[in-house]
Design a protein around this ligand. Structure first.
Ligand SMILES: *Cc1c(COP(=O)(O)O)cnc(C)c1O
Length: 390
């Protein structure tokens, strides 16, 4: 593949090795194992002397297309695909940490990521400390001799806070830790964490990479050493691999990623501007607004502001639920990054498993609504929200 090609071209053309059937569109290989020409061929492939497919838990051509394409788009040497976004995070932790090691994690990561660390990773003797995403002093002060991993999501869910990835990677590396960035909200179409110093990029492919709310999946991108060898090794033994069908859905999703992200961004900015003028809305969270605390950083670190807009409705939880329940077109669902606009009450759903104290620390108020702005006509999205706010 020509390295000079630009993002949209690479998203459509990279990663596909055409087979002898000369297919134009990427093929799905629904097979659990692969056959060998002889016992000697099998032995050579098992020993690693010969490259080649052995078994679906190790490699599958369709999964390979997705991995190669996403690696190119993120600018990483290697990518491994996983069965979900959460298994991508788990695989990174299993691959890079051992008992006695320490993780510093942003307080405003995806709710289930917090649950994974607090309820399960701790059990294995790994220490975890949580800090404010945007407060670099807190990250610096949290570093201990056994710190091995920094984990952050930027922009954060649902409040769209943004951390300076370059500065955070410097702090991580000074402390002898790797920096992993969950790039779910921006995707490589809007932000490339590896080019800003991050060591690992984590994805929930379930969101924008699919883009149509069809499949669960995830991925980790980074160096051959860290991702190809270490994270890939855990997947081959742990088995949280992506199915060929889901990989194919993501391969096709990537082809329109740039186009879709530009459209998501355009409607989200219009919606954020409209909401900030609305008398029933007390606060709007969107990096494209000039009063967003990291608006300037977003302009340099990202090439777009993303498709997620959160806002606080004047009043209490009931007022907020009324806005959600009055919509006729928006889907009340926890997914995001879909062509369909979705609306969620984070405090009682995605972040409902956090304690009240953890929610308060993360700034998730009871009157907060999150909208993942889809690809429907903007006027219809706006009018659907206007009804409940009226
Ligand atoms: C959804 C999500 C995840 C988890 O991904 P799954 O595919 O649902 O396992 C992780 N991080 C972020 C930011 C997400 O939005």
């Amino acid at each position: 593949m020509n390295d000079d090609f630009q993002f949209d071209t690479l998203a459509i053309r990279s990663g596909h090795d055409r087979t002898n059937e000369c297919e134009h569109s990427e093929a799905i290989f629904p097979t659990s194992s692969f056959v060998f020409e002889s016992a000697a061929d099998a032995a050579a492939k098992f020993s690693g002397d010969q490259p080649g497919n052995i078994y679906g838990r190790m490699t599958n051509p369709t999964v390979g297309y997705f991995q190669k394409r996403l690696a190119v788009l993120e600018g990483g040497e290697a990518c491994v695909a996983t069965s979900s976004g959460m298994s991508a995070i788990l695989a990174v932790i299993l691959a890079l940490l051992k008992a006695g090691d320490h993780i510093v994690c942003s307080r405003s990561v995806f709710g289930t990521s917090t649950v994974l660390l607090n309820n399960y990773v701790l059990k294995f003797g790994v220490e975890v400390d949580f800090v404010d995403l945007v407060d670099l002093e807190q990250w610096k002060n949290a570093v201990k001799p056994n710190t091995r991993l920094f984990f952050a999501e930027t922009p954060s869910n649902p409040l769209t806070e943004i951390v300076d990835i370059r500065a955070l990677s410097d702090i991580a590396h000074e402390g002898g830790a790797y920096l992993a960035i969950d790039n779910c909200f921006c995707t490589p179409a809007l932000q490339k964490p590896l080019s800003l110093g991050a060591d690992l990029v984590i994805h929930s492919a379930t969101k924008y990479l699919d883009g149509h709310g069809r499949c669960l999946g995830g991925a980790v991108v980074g160096s051959e050493e860290l991702v190809g060898k270490e994270v890939g090794g855990i997947l081959r033994s742990g088995g949280m691999v992506l199915s060929p069908f889901n990989a194919w859905v993501f391969v096709k999703g990537l082809e329109t990623l740039g186009l879709r992200m530009r459209a998501h961004c355009e409607s989200a900015l219009k919606l954020a501007l409209w909401l900030s003028e609305h008398p029933k809305v007390s606060k709007v969270y969107y990096p494209g607004l000039k009063d967003h605390p990291q608006h300037e950083l977003a302009l340099t670190q990202q090439t777009g502001f993303g498709g997620i807009v959160s806002f606080e409705v004047k009043g209490v939880r009931e007022d907020c639920w009324r806005v959600i329940d009055s919509t006729k077109m928006l889907s009340i669902t926890a997914n995001l990054g879909d062509s369909k606009s979705t609306i969620t009450h984070p405090a009682s759903t995605t972040h409902g498993r956090l304690t009240e104290e953890q929610r308060a620390e993360s700034g998730i108020k009871d009157n907060l609504v999150r909208v993942s702005v889809g690809l429907e006509s903007f006027e219809d999205i706006r009018d659907d929200l206007a009804r409940g706010l009226a």
